[in-house]
Design a protein around this ligand. Structure first.
Ligand SMILES: C[S@@+](CC[C@H](N)C(=O)[O-])C[C@H]1O[C@@H](n2cnc3c(N)ncnc32)[C@H](O)[C@@H]1O
Length: 211
């Protein structure tokens, strides 16, 4: 395991960006419903950072909720597609090329930051901690962070399949206690979490508030 930042998951090419924009509609809708429940726990949030934004799925949804959205990603093709899809959807969102580990924004620049579907790509706890530190730094009041739960049925089944097939593991679960402890280091306290079904589905959203 290395603590060096891995850029293997950056969606720079058109093909991988497009395949993400063609995610199954029901899955997309379920994920946006999770975001709705998570943001319902926040108050007076106007300026939101969507980091990373990928092809802008959440940025577009947030803009549709009346938020002032900045979406960042390092994938050039993903950013271009995000801007195109936002325009098609008739919403205003700003998309910028930024490295999530070294954002150029001031401390507390955003009311809230959403970090959706990235943390579980990093195996190294040191990298996970760096990611959380940078997200907390630019967030004035809230962070909405996704994680993959180690104890859900889907996670266990995925692990078993990997062991049986011998394929490399690409998703790294984190426990709620680990995540809470990491956010506590930056003065954030848990406000609640959202899961479709905690035991069945592995993707969970945690909402943190600055103390
Ligand atoms: C699984 S996608 C999730 C995108 C979006 N949150 C969504 O759910 O549609 C992960 C994204 O992280 C981006 N990414 C990976 N490493 C990054 C980094 N260091 N800085 C910014 N973006 C990064 C990739 O380009 C990719 O678009």
């Amino acid at each position: 395991m290395t603590d060096e930042i891995s850029y293997a998951r950056v969606k720079s090419d058109v093909e991988s960006a497009q395949s993400y924009s063609q995610r199954k509609q029901d899955k997309h809708e379920q994920e946006m419903a999770m975001l709705a429940k998570a943001f319902a726990k926040t108050k007076d949030v106007h300026k939101v950072l969507d980091a990373p934004c990928g092809v802008g799925r959440a940025s577009i949804w947030l803009a549709q909720q009346g938020k002032q959205v900045t979406g960042i990603d390092l994938g050039e093709a993903a950013l271009a597609l995000a801007a195109e899809l936002a325009q098609k959807a008739g919403v205003n969102a700003q998309f910028e090329s930024q490295d999530i580990f070294a954002l150029t924004y001031a401390d507390k620049a955003f009311d809230a930051t959403l970090c959706f579907r990235l943390l579980h790509h990093f195996e190294s706890e040191a990298l996970q901690a760096r990611l959380i530190a940078e997200i907390c730094r630019v967030s004035d009041r809230y962070v909405v962070m996704s994680r993959i739960s180690p104890s859900s049925f889907t996670s266990l089944r995925r692990r078993l399949r990997r062991v049986l097939s011998g394929k490399a593991i690409k998703q790294y679960p984190v426990s709620a206690a680990q995540l809470d402890a990491e956010f506590a280091k930056h003065g954030f306290t848990p406000l609640g979490k959202v899961a479709r079904s905690e035991l069945l589905h592995s993707l969970q959203l945690h909402v943190y508030m600055r103390k």
